[in-house]
Unconditional design. Sequence first.
Length: 196
Amino acid sequence: MLQWFAVLSWLAGVQAPEQFRVRLETTKGPIVIECTRAWAPLGADRFYELVTTGYYNDMAIFRVRPKTWVQFGINGDPKVSQAWRPRTIADDPFQPAHGSTRGTVFFAWAVPNGRTTQVVINLRDNREAHDKEPFVPFGRVIEGMEVADALFDEYGETAGGGIRAGKQDPVFEGGNEYLRKNFPKLDYITSATIVQ
């Protein structure tokens, strides 16, 4: 735990490159996300910070709404996820040119200026619903949308639900142990890395 707090302190204020790619190795195959800082600077910086610290390694993709979107971002170690839970970032300004089309990636949030670690990949064009919020994409999937489409989706909202639903506490408190016991078919991100 001390190691994570040291990393958090060290990374405070880290700025992501203007463009970078993240490879998510999942139990269904790889997904590559191209991140563009100009779309959402604070979101891109946070995602870069989380990937470079290993936050997304060995993490359940706990919420999948079939043919709509997938969500991940609660660390498998409850101590780590609880340490990050209050570390919110401010909202990025919404840019209509980069709305929630298929393959775009954004941070979930429940209240203004409340984004932390949970990320959503759009499986379809969700502009009608998501752009009203607004959810601000910081990148898009450039390889592996067929993998995202194939992620296990039969649990739907029951393995954790959304931030607003107030049903995520068991995941924060029990981490991977809770999810593997109660939702054994979930897919996982085995590793997340910055790639050239």
